[in-house]
Structures are given as C-alpha cells and as structure tokens.
Design a protein around this ligand. Structure first.
Ligand code: PGA
Length: 259
C-alpha cells in the first residue's frame, strides 16, 4: 500500500519531499529525477531552491513526464519551457542532463521509443514526482491507459484541455495531443512521490489510493508499486476512508525509514 502522509499545507509537503530529494542526491550525486509540470509540484520546486542551495547538483539528471505534441518548443507553455523556467534555472541544474519528451512533429513516430531508451541508458528513474488530474490521470495517461504502456502519443481529454486552458489564451490553443511516459514507464521508477492539494483533487486521490486498481483511474496504478509516497493536504485527503490510520502510521513511523 502507498504510504499516505497528510500535511497541513502544500509548503509543508514541499519541504518534506525536498528533504527526501536532498538525501537522495547526497547519496547519489547523479540521481535521476522524474519531473512533473502543473501547479502541484511548484511548492516542492520552491522548497528545493532553499534545500539544494549549497548542494552540488551539477550531475543530477532528470526526465519530464510529458510534453504537448506540435507545440512550438519556445512557447512559454511547452513543458520544455516550463521545466526550464520552474526547475532547471531556479535549481541550477545542467540543462543538458534534463530531458523532456520530444513533442515536435518531426520524428514523432519514434519519439516515444527514443525517450524510453534514454531513460534506460540513464539506469532508470530514482524518484518520480507525480501530480494527479481531477480525472485521475498521472502524467498525461488519461482514463483507459494501459498499465503496461510506455512513452507514446495520447489524445488529451476535453476535461484535461479545459483544466489546462488557464495556461493558454483560450481552450482552442491547448494542443489536442501529448507525448507522455506510460503507466508502465512510471511504474519502473524506483520511488513514486504523488502530490495533491485542495478539495478538487480529493476524489481522484481517494480513487487512486483506495479505489479498485483500474485503468478507469490511471492513478490507481500506484497501488502496484512497492515504494509509493502520497503527500496530500487535509483538503485533498478529505475523502480517504483510512485517513486516521495513515496519520497514526506516520506519527509512529521509525525515524530511520525516511520517506
Ligand atoms: P495540476 O495538474 O498540478 O496543475 O493540478 C496535475 C495533472 O494534471 O497531472
């Protein structure tokens, strides 16, 4: 079962996970991080700025979860731009070591296989940061995605396009397709850390953590992984049936275990 940690605020979640990432990098300077975009990981990236300020991150490697297909890479909302602006630059990472799936139409047929090969060549992802969509998607794996899927092209649902329209001038500007790590790709990372904040995520979190394992809720794939940490605020935890047990377990967790 996933370890569920209920914290008082997104900032507290960010601090907790930033500590874990700092420990990872201390033990492995060329650690491979799986990077998520969206609003959810921002408090984590902010906490990492402070936490990693005196840490040598020059060897750290990273792989983003997904990218829009056909978007100009220079567009401020391409995930390449977002990762550069929100992660690479503020944390001082080496841009050459941070990969984002190639969403350009040129070579799109083999972009997924190329990305999988790059992850393999890096030795796999040590810690994968995940958000979750209101419909339960992780990465851009929409409902019905195969648990065995690898990096590939997907069609975005209208709900996801509407959710993401806030980053664009209008919903018509949100691309129709994306390239995303598959659920099978995500499940190969050694540690999954799923973050979710706010009431709007409560149902998706409950279904992912406690619901049936089903492609209907792609986030439920995390139940198949042996090392998962779900860090949520009270609002996002509000529909978890076992919330009291999660609080009790975390309060009594042996200090040596880490996340
Ligand atoms: P959000 O998106 O962090 O912007 O809420 C999460 C997701 O769609 O995976």
């Amino acid at each position: 079962m996933a370890e569920v940690v209920i914290v008082e605020s997104p900032a507290a979640a960010g601090a907790l996970v930033a500590d874990q990432i700092a420990r990872l990098i201390a033990g492995r300077p060329d650690a491979v991080l799986g990077l998520a975009t969206g609003s959810t990981p921002l408090p984590l990236y902010q906490a990492l700025q402070t936490r990693l300020a005196d840490v040598d991150v020059s060897q750290v490697r990273g792989f983003a979860l997904d990218e829009y297909v056909g978007i100009d890479i220079e567009h401020p909302e391409s995930y390449r731009s977002v990762i550069t602006r929100e992660v690479v630059e503020p944390l001082g990472l080496d841009p050459e070591r941070i990969r984002v799936p190639n969403g350009s139409l040129d070579g799109i047929e083999h972009a997924g296989a190329d990305y999988e090969a790059a992850i393999d060549a890096a030795g796999g992802i040590d810690l994968q940061i995940l958000g979750i969509g209101t419909d339960g998607h992780i990465g851009f794996n929409e409902q019905g995605s195969s648990f065995a899927s690898r990096t590939r092209i997907k069609t975005l649902t209208e709900q996801t396009r509407a959710d993401n329209a806030r980053f664009f001038d209008s919903i018509d500007d949100v691309p129709m397709h994306c390239i995303t790590q598959g659920l099978g790709t995500i499940l190969r990372a050694r540690h999954l850390v799923l973050l979710a904040f706010g009431e709007g995520k409560a149902q998706a979190v409950a279904e992912a953590v406690e619901g049936p394992v089903s492609a209907f809720c792609p986030g439920s794939a995390i139940q198949l992984h042996e090392h998962v940490t779900v860090v949520v605020d009270e609002a996002a935890a509000s529909r978890l049936k076992l919330a009291d047990y999660y609080r009790h377990s975390y309060a009594n967790k042996p200090a040596w275990q880490g996340l």
